[in-house]
Design a protein around this ligand. Structure first.
Ligand SMILES: NC(=O)c1ccc[n+]([C@@H]2O[C@H](COP(=O)([O-])OP(=O)(O)OC[C@H]3O[C@@H](n4cnc5c(N)ncnc54)[C@H](O)[C@@H]3O)[C@@H](O)[C@H]2O)c1
Length: 262
């Protein structure tokens, strides 16, 4: 039997995002760079969104590299702005195939010193905004009978560390919310999954602090911190036809961090 009989399952076909429209939040940040590279390389049209104006420069870099990329600024906790962004994406491109809730913040304070304002800010950004994007994206995707909702989580979806009460609560709920999305969207052709990085070198992480950096490096079976590009394969899996039967799942990309203890 010759290999061409299996061409329907060829990686260049099942992992392709050719012509697919991807809306990515937190797109000016570190993790987003890896995600956007993967989507662009697979042929997607990128709509890069962030509250920071730096996202426009990021989109320009992707256009310089040959990608179809536009940019928007809005706050992901603003329901009307999220709706406008999703509807604007559909007006511009005719559809939305992949929505990635990646924008996130972290507050490092002890439980006994955590003002409720900080708690709410983290829950709003890391959890409620995930709901807002998923809901608006699903309103467009369900009539299309296809779509991929990806929420960026963390190893803190599953474990905890001191000083991260609000972040751990929000990220843990992202996994639960992802399961709930899979349940409500069953039979629609829309899937929902969480992509959960381990310690990854970005401005968000504490990779610059030598003692902590060494501690995490030693703990992690891969013996290094993650890079945003380490997420490319998993992001493509969840966004493409290759991931059609993966639903309600949290995929950890952590160099084995969660597999071992100290
Ligand atoms: N870096 C890590 O080690 C790590 C590990 C696990 C999970 N994560 C997750 O990855 C995601 C991205 O993190 P990162 O490391 O790239 O951080 P980052 O700080 O580099 O990027 C986050 C981006 O989100 C944007 N943002 C924050 N609040 C926003 C809001 N309300 N509206 C619009 N945009 C907003 C910021 O402007 C920033 O560009 C987060 O959800 C984070 O929890 C990061």
């Amino acid at each position: 039997m010759s290999a061409h009989l299996y061409r329907d399952h060829a990686p260049e076909r099942i992992f392709s995002l050719q012509g697919r429209v991807v809306l990515l939040t937190g797109a000016a940040g570190g993790i987003a760079l890896g995600l956007a590279k993967a989507f662009a390389a697979a042929g997607a049209k990128l709509v890069l969104a962030d509250r920071s104006e730096a996202v426009h420069e990021r989109a320009a870099q992707f256009r310089d590299a040959g990608a179809d990329a536009t940019s928007l600024t809005f706050d992901v906790t603003d329901e009307a702005a999220v709706r406008d962004a999703v509807e604007g994406t559909v007006r511009r491109h005719g559809r939305i195939d992949v929505a990635v809730a990646n924008a996130g913040i972290i507050v490092r304070k002890h439980l006994l010193e955590l003002p409720v304002e900080d708690w709410k800010r983290v829950i709003d950004t890391d959890l409620t905004a995930t709901f807002l994007l998923a809901q608006q994206a699903a309103k467009q995707m369900v009539p299309q009978s296809s779509g991929r909702i990806i929420s960026v989580g963390s190893i803190m979806n599953h474990v905890s560390r001191p000083l991260l009460t609000a972040y751990v609560a929000a990220k843990g709920a992202v996994s639960a919310f992802t399961r709930a999305l899979a349940a409500d969207l069953g039979g629609t052709g829309v899937t929902a999954n969480a992509l959960a990085p381990g310690y990854t070198e970005t401005p968000f992480s504490q990779a610059g602090q030598k003692d902590f950096r060494d501690f995490i490096t030693e703990w992690t079976p891969a013996r290094r911190w993650g890079k945003p590009e380490d997420l490319c394969g998993a992001a493509l899996l969840l966004a493409s036809d290759a991931g059609a039967y993966i639903n309600g799942h949290t995929l950890y990309v952590d160099g084995g961090f969660l597999a071992v203890t100290r």
